[in-house]
Design a protein around this ligand. Structure first.
Ligand code: F6R
Length: 249
């Protein structure tokens, strides 16, 4: 696990963008795994700029980590809608090659199986972008999720619902369930980039990098993945031992 500490959010987003651009230069038809949430917005802004400067995403395929259950793709807070808004509508990617689990499918068990089959058909995922929940979740794999899970439906932790309330008018409107790639799905990706910014993430970052590998902090499993780059800003790095840091960029 490489740990890169950058000065601030902007520098974290710059570093992350460089990593994605290197991947696309190496393999223009890369399969990217994408996250929603606040953290990767700077990365997506920069990818849009790269497109405006000539980079094409026409050969790229994407798989998003997760989706709220029951919102439907037209709901402004559905991750399908958010991804269109923050990235896909602004680049030349073929929308048919951008996958988000669940979608309009209300038969969630078959939607999970379908998503795994799609990843198998198009994959493996070359580069997976992950954010980090305050409780150590990756995707929506909440604490206690077994490490051998594939795409599945999960009941969101109250803490996660409260954390995400900022995107909704009230807590009641935040869905109680989501469909998420499983931990095994994530661990099968070839390369993983974890992004975290801000002091509130420092304990989750410590568990990710230095904690015991335990389902109590799902992100800790990433310690045994062969190819993980953790890109964080100084604020998020505050609880780390100095020798855990690979590079200050
Ligand atoms: C989003 C996702 C979540 C977020 C995490 C951090 O698709 O899978 O794991 O990455 O909750 O969210 P932010 O970036 O909003 O702090």
């Amino acid at each position: 696990m490489k740990v890169i500490v950058t000065k601030n959010y902007q520098a974290m987003s710059d570093y992350a963008t460089k990593h994605v651009l290197e991947q696309l230069a190496k393999k223009p038809d890369s399969v990217l795994g994408l996250a929603t949430g606040s953290t990767p917005i700077g990365l997506y802004d920069r990818l849009i700029k790269a497109h405006q400067s000539g980079l094409s995403f026409q050969q790229v395929t994407t798989f998003n980590l997760d989706e709220y259950q029951d919102l439907g793709p037209n709901h402004p807070n559905s991750y399908r809608h958010v991804m269109d808004d923050v990235l896909f509508d602004h680049i030349d990617i073929n929308k048919d090659q951008t996958y988000v689990p669940g979608g309009e499918d209300d038969k969630y068990q078959s939607a999970c199986e379908k998503y795994e089959a799609l990843i198998k058909d198009h994959g493996p995922i070359d580069l997976q972008v992950l954010g980090l929940g305050l409780n150590g979740h990756i995707g929506f794999n909440e604490p206690g999720t077994p490490f051998d899970t594939l795409t599945h439906v999960i009941e969101l932790d109250e803490s996660t619902r409260k954390q995400n309330q900022r995107f909704f008018d009230s807590l009641d409107e935040v869905p109680t369930h989501a469909i998420t790639m499983g931990i095994k799905t994530i661990m099968k990706t070839k390369d993983i980039m974890v992004l975290a910014s801000g002091e509130e993430k420092k304990e989750a970052v410590k568990q990710l990098v230095e904690g015991k590998v335990t389902t109590t902090f799902p992100c800790s499993i990433l310690q045994i993945h062969p190819n993980v780059t953790v890109i964080i800003d100084e604020a998020a790095s505050q609880a780390l031992q100095p020798d855990s840091i690979t590079e200050k960029a």
